[in-house]
Design a protein around this ligand. Structure first.
Ligand code: NAP
Length: 331
């Protein structure tokens, strides 16, 4: 089988290697699609801790190739994969806060992930999914992270919502907020193509970060989906008094922003981090499987394994949203 292996910081190698072997409680999955994400870029540059050598890729799904006798999974089953593996036994896991497990590790970050033709996956990480376009399997994991943000926002319908950042997280959040009954959804992002796309996908309006300066204290809920300190600061200014700011974007570790504790208190602002996909993966698989989300416009390029090194070493082209890799496809 072929796999794209990170052998050292900045060094990706397309290797031919024997099929991996699955141990008890694991299955082999033929990877049909794997999304590339900003975290993959950070790992390649050595800016995000990972094991090496490593097969990257944490947004993937495929078909079960092999399962042990007695397994609840059978060859041919279409599955999405939750890459985040928690211990299940620590105080956080037992309290349902699995994303905070100190022993959490992930396929594509600490153990081999989806940028190979075949991957070993613990059975606990598999979710059945309806017969969808295989490329859509790459959206289940990021969608599960957005669903977590939606859960924390507690939308009940009729709210005014701002989404800051027009990448895949922002575009998925726009679609989720639409379905949650928000009365106004404003996407704030720099690139015009991303604003236009969001308006096609359900945003009622959109604007640039500069234009959004005029919308201070306007929105019931603000989803920060860009991950820069300036966008976090702007998100906090957009929420109305008594409103909520849900932080999904992940700014570089160590960066800080000035915050007025006075304003937080007297405006009763709720600022809530939302990390990963605890218990939302099954719903995300069902949602992708249902076909109600508009995912095709989010796919900017479909790549083979041979294209990935170049795609990860250069900035995405303007307006591009998501690159999806088909590992079994030959260039
Ligand atoms: P992305 O494709 O890079 O999208 C981020 C968007 O933010 C960009 O398209 C950019 O669009 C916009 N943006 C606005 N102002 C910006 C600024 N000052 N600097 C940089 N970008 C700016 O990323 P993504 O995949 O959608 O992910 C968004 C964030 O969520 C990232 O930080 C990612 O690490 C994080 N994330 C978090 C979770 C979680 O569980 N919390 C899960 C997945 C990803 P314009 O150029 O149009 O402005």
């Amino acid at each position: 089988m072929r796999a794209l292996q990170l052998t050292d910081v900045g060094h990706l190698e397309l290797v031919e290697r024997p099929l991996p072997e699955a141990a008890s409680g694991e299955v082999l999955v033929d990877v049909l699609a794997c999304g590339l994400c900003g975290t993959d870029r950070h790992i390649v540059r050595g800016e995000y801790p990972s094991r090496m050598p490593l097969v990257l890729g944490h947004e993937f799904g495929g078909r079960v190739r092999w399962s042990a006798p007695g397994s609840s999974w059978a060859p041919g089953d279409l599955v999405s994969v939750d890459p985040n593996i928690s211990c299940g036994g620590c105080a956080d896991c037992r309290a349902g806060r699995v994303a905070l497990c100190p022993d959490r590790h992930a396929l594509g970050v600490d153990i081999d992930g989806g940028l190979g033709e075949v991957v070993v996956v613990p059975e606990t990480q598999l979710y059945a999914i309806a017969d969808v376009d295989p490329l859509h399997l790459a959206f289940v994991e990021p969608l599960a992270c957005c669903l977590r943000g939606l859960d924390l926002a507690e939308l009940s319908g009729g709210e005014s919502v701002a989404v800051v950042g027009g990448g895949v997280m922002g575009q998925l959040t726009v679609q989720l907020a639409t379905r949650a009954g928000a009365s106004r959804i404003t996407l704030v992002t720099r690139q015009a193509a991303k604003r236009e796309l969001a308006e096609r996908l359900g945003a009622t309006d959109s604007c640039t970060p500069g234009e959004a300066d005029g919308l201070s204290r306007t929105f019931d809920v603000v989803f920060e989906c860009a991950g820069a300190t300036e966008t976090v600061t702007q998100s906090m200014s957009l929420a109305r008094r008594g409103g909520s700011v849900i932080l999904l974007g992940i700014p570089p570790e160590g960066q800080t922003i000035p915050v007025s504790p006075f304003t937080l208190v007297v405006d009763e602002l709720r600022v809530q981090g939302s990390f990963l996909n605890p218990v939302t993966q099954a719903r995300a698989a069902d949602l992708v499987g249902s076909g109600v989300l508009d995912l095709d416009p989010l796919i900017s390029r479909v790549l083979t394994l041979s294209d990935v090194e170049q795609a990860l070493s250069t900035a995405p082209s303007g307006g591009d949203i998501k690159y999806v890799v088909r590992p079994a496809e030959m260039e």
